[in-house]
Design a protein around this ligand. Structure first.
Ligand code: 5AD
Length: 338
């Protein structure tokens, strides 16, 4: 099997996604992962600090038209104290994720970012589309990384699924973010209604082309309170295949074993760690909020506490002979080979 730089062409990618025996592909991605980023699994503490969203994406449980969701936003000091607890139990990266909730003005978020950066952690934002000046402010306040999936590079599909949004604008946001020196994470969903294998291959080439530092790939899971409730959704196998090919195309980036994979199979994230992934983002949101952030149904450990979630995940990682990352686990940092 050919890997990374030799595998520019779309036909080869399509073969890997469809005809190559899955286990062969996963083993190859696992080997490329081991050689390039080693055996450490980096944990990121994910705080879902607001489920309020101005957008109406057809696939998402938090879409603004879903009136059955009890909406919340965490107060600034709640976000900060949740981050402190996550840092105290050992997380070296904190990810702040929310719907597109403009209650969090630039001023408010900068105050939160500055406070959290005092805990000696890397800070990642996953808050969607904002103005260039906001992205600048967040970076100046200390944010290190930014995650925003392109979702799909099929523009027609994108505009159908994300009413009121604009693909080109999202792309431009990603370029601004990259230009400001953030580590850039992006990614896609696999199994969207109307998405073709060719378009998934294009997505992978796009992520390679924009040279993401991190790529999050997950199956689309239909949410019952959305217009896509009756759709088939993505399969774990196709999501894992797509992720594995991503590893071959970009051998040394960070690739999370995504939560949506675990929603489809109790060992989904472990399978992902053995098919190219090297990152897990345990949910460290606490209390009532944790159950209210339902992008899709079946999220694992929705009633759990942060420390217990972390324990379970650490045990699973050790059980497959991997170690937990000691550092902040950014892209292009020196790795320790075991
Ligand atoms: N199934 C799977 N992933 C979803 N996301 C949103 N809704 C769903 C769903 N129904 C993903 C999107 C978004 C990320 C935060 O969650 O890719 O960017």
């Amino acid at each position: 099997m050919e890997t990374n730089s030799h595998m520019q062409n779309k036909k080869q990618i399509i073969d890997l996604l469809t005809t190559t025996p899955a286990q062969e592909l996963f083993n190859e991605a696992d080997k490329v992962r081991q050689e390039n980023v080693g055996d450490e699994v980096h944990l990121r503490g994910l705080i879902e600090f607001s489920n309020i969203c101005r957008n109406d994406c057809l696939y998402c449980g938090l879409r603004r038209s879903n009136s059955s969701v009890k909406r919340y936003h965490m107060a600034d000091d709640e976000v900060i104290s949740t981050a402190r607890q996550a840092a105290d139990i050992g997380f070296k990266t904190i990810v702040l994720q929310s719907g597109e909730d403009l209650y969090y003005t630039s001023l408010r978020l900068c105050h939160i970012i500055e406070a959290i950066k005092k805990f000696d952690v890397a800070l990642t934002l996953s808050i969607g589309e904002r103005s260039e000046s906001d992205y600048k402010d967040f970076r100046n306040a200390g944010a290190d990384r930014f995650l925003m999936r392109i979702e799909t590079t099929d523009k027609e599909l994108y505009h159908r699924l994300n009413p009121g949004m604009n693909w080109q604008h999202r792309y431009e946001c990603l370029m601004i973010i990259k230009g400001l020196g953030y580590e850039l994470g992006s990614g896609i969903m696999v199994g969207l209604p109307g998405q073709t294998i060719e378009s998934i291959a294009d997505d992978l080439l796009f992520l390679q082309d924009i040279a993401v530092d991190m790529a999050g790939i997950g199956p689309f899971i239909p949410h019952p309170a959305t217009p896509l409730a009756k759709e088939a959704g993505g399969t774990l196998e196709m999501a894992l295949r797509t992720m594995a090919v991503m590893r071959l195309l970009l051998p040394d980036i960070n690739i999370p074993a995504t939560t949506a994979m675990e929603s489809l199979h109790p060992q989904g994230r472990i399978m992902a760690l053995q098919a190219g992934a090297n990152v897990i983002m345990p949910n460290v949101t606490d209390g009532e909020y944790r159950q209210l952030y339902e992008l899709y149904p079946g999220k694992p450990l929705a009633n759990d506490t942060p420390a217990h979630t972390q324990n379970i995940i650490a045990q699973k990682i050790h059980a497959i002979g991997r170690t937990i990352g000691h550092g902040q686990g950014g892209h292009h940092v020196e790795i320790t080979m075991q």
